[in-house]
Design a protein around this ligand. Structure first.
Ligand code: G1P
Ligand code: ZN
Length: 543
C-alpha cells in the first residue's frame, strides 16, 4: 500500500459544537479541510493494533465523497477494519448500536442532523467513542486543540471502495466490511418492544403515518413498520432518502414537518403521526389533532415504561437537559428514582448511562432515548409510543391528558431567533449575565424571581465541570425562562428562549401553551432587550 503523508496547515475554525463539527458543504470541500479534522480525530483517540472503526452517515450531499476519503485515511492510520453502512449510510442511533454490538474503537458519523443538505447546505462529522456515544467534551476539546496545530495527515493511495453491496473489501491492507445498515438496529428494536402487540394494534385498524422527511430513516421505517409490523404501505411518507432531503429542512417539528401536521390535523386523520430528522435521532409524536410536547413525551414514556418489555424491570433513573421541562422530574419523584439535569447535548448523558445511573434520557429538542444505545433515537421513541398505545388501548390525546391530570402540566415552549448577527446575540446574553443582581428577587406581576444563574454542571461520574450552559431565570412556583445560544448552527447565531410554567389545576390544562406562557414571554422580551438588539419582532420557529 502506498501511504502518503501530506503536509497541511491548520484551520482555526474546527471547534466541535453541541454535536460535532458542522459547516457548510463548501467549507468541507476546501482542500485538506475534512482530512485535517479526521487526522485530528485519529491523533487524539490513537489507533490501537487491530482496531475497528464504524463509519456511516445520513446520506446527505457529500456523504459518499467524505466516506471514501475517511476510508483511505483509516487505512493509512492503521485501522484493521472499518464497518461501513451500505452505500455509506447509517442513521445516528444505528451507528451507536453497531459500535456497541461489535465493540469497536468507536465510529465516525457524517451528519448535520436536521440542518438542510445539498451543495449549498450543511455537512457535519463527529466521533463517537467505544460506548457508542458522542465523544465527551474532554475528547472534542482535544480534537480541536490538535486541529489547531496539525502539520500533516496520512492517506492511502487507493481506488474508491464500492459500498453498494454487503461484503468484505480490501483497501490498502485494511478490510472494509459493508454491512446492511438496518438489520442490527431493527433486531435491537425487536428485542425491546412488544412487536406482536403492536402488530395486533395495527391489524385492528389503528392508522399510523410516519414521515421520514426524505432523510435516513426511510429504509429503517420500511423494514420495521412495513415488513416486521405489517403496517400498510401508506403508513410511510417521504421515505426515499435524498441527498438534499428534497429541498426540505429535515427537522421534525410543527414548522418543518408541516405536511405531516396538516394530515394529522385534517379530516379523516390517522390515529398516530410521527417524524424523524436527517440522521434519525429526533422524533416528533402526534395524535389525531394533537401534538405531544417532547418534554411531556419523555415524562410519559417514563411513567408508562412498565408496559414495555425492555423496560418492565424498572428504570434506574431519568436524565434531561437543563432547558427541557421538569415534567420528567415529577415522574421520577413518583417512581422514587433520581432525575439528573445536564447541559444541552446528548454527550452529557453518556457517563450517566455507562454508570448505570439512568435508563431514559431526553431533550426538549425532540430527542428521546435510553441506554439501549448512546444516542437519542427517533424510531425507538415512535415504537415506545406504539407499544404504550397497544398496551393501554387509548388515543394519544387521552394518554397525555391523563398524564397531566395525575402529575400536573408543565406548559412549555421554545422560541428560536435564527440567523441573527453574532454581536446582537452575544449582546443579549451579556446583558442578561450582567442583570442578575437586579433580577434576583424582582417581582413581575404575580411572578417572583427566585434565582438566576449561568448554568454549570459537574458530571457526577467523572467530576468534569461544564460552565456557561445557559442563563436561567427561575421563578417561585416552578416557572422558568432560559436563554441559550445554539451550538449547532453554521451561519450567524441562533438565540433560543425556553419558557416553562407549571400548572397543577386540571381546569386549566386545555389552554394553548403560548396563551399559558404569555406572561413569561412578555418578561423574557422585557429583560433581554431582544427585539431592540436583534431587530426581530417575532421568533423564526416556535416549538
Ligand atoms: C440542538 C438542540 C440540542 C440537541 C442538538 C443536537 O443544539 O437544542 O438539544 O442536542 O441540537 O441535536 P443547539 O443548536 O441548541 O446547540
Ligand atoms: Zn439529528
Amino acid at each position: 500500500m502506498q501511504v502518503r503523508t501530506v503536509s497541511t496547515t491548520p484551520f482555526q475554525d474546527q471547534k466541535p459544537g453541541t454535536s460535532g463539527l458542522r459547516k457548510r458543504v463548501a467549507a468541507f470541500r476546501q482542500a485538506h479541510y475534512l482530512e485535517n479534522f479526521v487526522q485530528s480525530i485519529f491523533d487524539t483517540i490513537g489507533v490501537p493494533p487491530h482496531a475497528t472503526l464504524v463509519l456511516g452517515g445520513d446520506g446527505r450531499y457529500y456523504n459518499r465523497e467524505a466516506i471514501q476519503i475517511i476510508l483511505r485515511m483509516a487505512a493509512a492510520n492503521g485501522f484493521r477494519r472499518v464497518l461501513a453502512g451500505q452505500g455509506g449510510i447509517l442513521s445516528t442511533p444505528a451507528a451507536s448500536c453497531v459500535i456497541r454490538k461489535y465493540q469497536t474503537h468507536g465510529g465516525i458519523i457524517l451528519s448535520a442532523s436536521h440542518n438542510p443538505g445539498g451543495p449549498d447546505g450543511d455537512f457535519g462529522i463527529k466521533y463517537n467513542a467505544a460506548n457508542g456515544g458522542p465523544a465527551p467534551e474532554k475528547i472534542t476539546e482535544a480534537i480541536y486543540a490538535q486541529s489547531k496545530k496539525i502539520a500533516h495527515y496520512r492517506i492511502a493511495d487507493a481506488p474508491d471502495v464500492v459500498l453498494d453491496r454487503p461484503g468484505d473489501y480490501e483497501i490498502g491492507g485494511m478490510t472494509v466490511t459493508v454491512i446492511d445498515p438496518v438489520s442490527d438496529y431493527a433486531g435491537l428494536m425487536e428485542s425491546l418492544f412488544d412487536f406482536a402487540a403492536i402488530r395486533t394494534l395495527l391489524a385492528g385498524g389503528f392508522r399510523i403515518r410516519f414521515d421520514a422527511m426524505h432523510a435516513v430513516t426511510g429504509p429503517y421505517a420500511q423494514e420495521i413498520f412495513l415488513n416486521r409490523l405489517g403496517a400498510s404501505a401508506d403508513s410511510l411518507m417521504n421515505a426515499v432518502p435524498l441527498p438534499d432531503f428534497g429541498g426540505g429542512h429535515p427537522d421534525p417539528n410543527l414548522t418543518y414537518a408541516h405536511e405531516l401536521v396538516e394530515l394529522l390535523y385534517g379530516g379523516d386523520a390517522p390515529d398516530f403521526g410521527a417524524a424523524s430528522d436527517g440522521d434519525g435521532d429526533r422524533n416528533m409524536i402526534l395524535g389525531k389533532h394533537f401534538f405531544v410536547n417532547p418534554s411531556d413525551s419523555l415524562a410519559i414514556l417514563a411513567a408508562n415504561a412498565h408496559l414495555v418489555p425492555g423496560y418492565a424491570q424498572g428504570l434506574a433513573g431519568i436524565a434531561r437537559s437543563m432547558p427541557t421541562s421538569a415534567a420528567a422530574d415529577r415522574v421520577a419523584e413518583a417512581l422514587g428514582i433520581p432525575c439528573y439535569e445536564t447541559p444541552t447535548g446528548w454527550k452529557f448523558f453518556g457517563n450517566l448511562m455507562d454508570a448505570g445511573k439512568v435508563t431514559l434520557c431526553g431533550e426538549e429538542s425532540f430527542g428521546t432515548g435510553s441506554d439501549h444505545v448512546r444516542e437519542k433515537d427517533g424510531l425507538w421513541a415512535v415504537l415506545f409510543w406504539l407499544n404504550i398505545i397497544a398496551a393501554r388501548r387509548q388515543p394519544v390525546e387521552t394518554i397525555v391528558r391523563e398524564h397531566w391530570a395525575r402529575f400536573g402540566r408543565n406548559f412549555y415552549s421554545r422560541h428560536d431567533y435564527e440567523g441573527i448577527p453574532l454581536d446582537a446575540a452575544s449582546g443579549v446574553m451579556k446583558l442578561l449575565l450582567g442583570s442578575f443582581a437586579q433580577l434576583q428577587g424582582a417581582q413581575f406581576g404575580n411572578l417572583k424571581v427566585k434565582l438566576c444563574d449561568d448554568f454549570s454542571y459537574t458530571d457526577p461520574v467523572d467530576g468534569s465541570v461544564s460552565t456557561g450552559q445557559g442563563v436561567r431565570i427561575l421563578f417561585t412556583g416552578g416557572s422558568r425562562i432560559v436563554f441559550r445560544l445554539s451550538g449547532t448552527g453554521t451561519e450567524g447565531a441562533t438565540l433560543r428562549v425556553y419558557l416553562e410554567a407549571f400548572e397543577p389545576d386540571v381546569s386549566k390544562h386545555h389552554l394553548d401553551a403560548q396563551q399559558a406562557l404569555a406572561p413569561l414571554i412578555t418578561i423574557a422580551l422585557q429583560i433581554s432587550g431582544l427585539r431592540k438588539r436583534t431587530g426581530r419582532e417575532k421568533p423564526t420557529v416556535i416549538t
